[in-house]
Write a protein that binds this ligand. Sequence first.
Ligand SMILES: Cc1ncc(COP(=O)(O)O)c(C=O)c1O
Length: 441
Amino acid sequence: MSSQKLSQNIKDKLIQKTLQHKLKKAENSGNGIASLLKSTTSKQAKANRFDQHPGYQQMQIIKNGAASLGIESPFFRTHEGVAGATSVINGKEVINYASYNYLGLSGHPKVNQAAVDAIEQYGTSVSASRIVSGERPIHQALEAKLAHMYEVDDALAFVSGHATNVTTIGYLFGAKDLIIHDEYIHNSSIVGAQLSGAKRLSFPHNDLDALEALLAEKRHQFERVLIVVEGLYSMDGDHPDLARLVEIKQQHYAFLMVDEAHSFGILGDSGKGLRELYQVAGKDVDIWMGTLSKTMSGCGGYIAGESALIEHLRYMAPGFLYSVGMPAPIAAAALASLEVMEQEPERIHQLMHISKYFLDTAKSLGFNTGESTGIAVIPIILGSSVTAAKASAALFEKGINVQPILYPAVPEQSARLRFFLSCEHTEAQVRETLVLLKTLI
Ligand SMILES: Cc1ncc(COP(=O)(O)O)c(C=O)c1O
């Protein structure tokens, strides 16, 4: 008899014993089997209702709590046009800091035109997974451009940024492996790591000494090791030391993955991301990941790296293989965004300028901007979810749209307003916003 069967027998016996015990208890209390069956059935009936789901109930508690404090929900505000430095919500124009249209390319005439042309040529869906009949020249052009910009062999575009991390990490790594990530890593990388079945460990935010110590202690226990960091952290607006990460990963024979969702198009003089800022070669990082939903004005994600990685994912990664190809207008918008980025580098310089102006002004007014380096993402930490939610609601009343980031998305004491800057924000808008905020808290 196998040990698996043996343990199943033991389990069965335990279940039987527990049931007998429950039955006896029910009979002693005079209720008998009918009552036991009734309570079991009512438990199952309760579990079989979506309104009894623990996640839903927790959400209701938060919603009701906010309503009882008179705080209007800041979620699902509906924008009625292009969301850039300004936007129209409920028919009213607001100064907008809640959209990651960093370079103002979503809505740019050249980007719009590229999407329209692609619809004319290919329609709105490619109507199949790329491996079967969903492949279009625009996919290849976008991927070639991304590979060129990263100076790596190849790239692959996926239909969702979140799914890019889930499927890439989830597919490439397994039970014998270790995934070490910054504690602030995006949910998509965590879900990918969970899916992979690898051991998952985190290190304190941007603490590369702690990462080294973990690797020194644990590396030998695992077959492959993946280190995952972000190019620009979207809650805090800071970034890791890429040059040192490359040294660490080389020393410990680990793969390095950098999620550039918020850094590609932003960091570096020409927007080529974290590697441009640290003067690191594209090939020094094993897995470049990014999204097409921020500077690239579309939707989806990409992986860039060596041929063996990209070819492998192209044929095997479930989220690519078993999912429809990216719609041509989205691929065209992303490609056109990259072209405009090259043609109009002043957008990147203006983003740097206005972000620094925001950071300096916020600091001069005494706000806590945490670790933000003052590029594109700047938090103003208010120290409680209620204060942050109230400040967001009050600013919205006055025509300024900024999202509060509340517990549990961040620890309660670091609840904040999170400002996304766009190169199209003006100094006057920034000053008006910060001066108004000062009067509100
Ligand atoms: C760091 C990071 N990675 C991945 C994603 C997922 O990208 P997407 O929203 O394009 O699916 C996000 C989303 O904003 C992100 O911030």
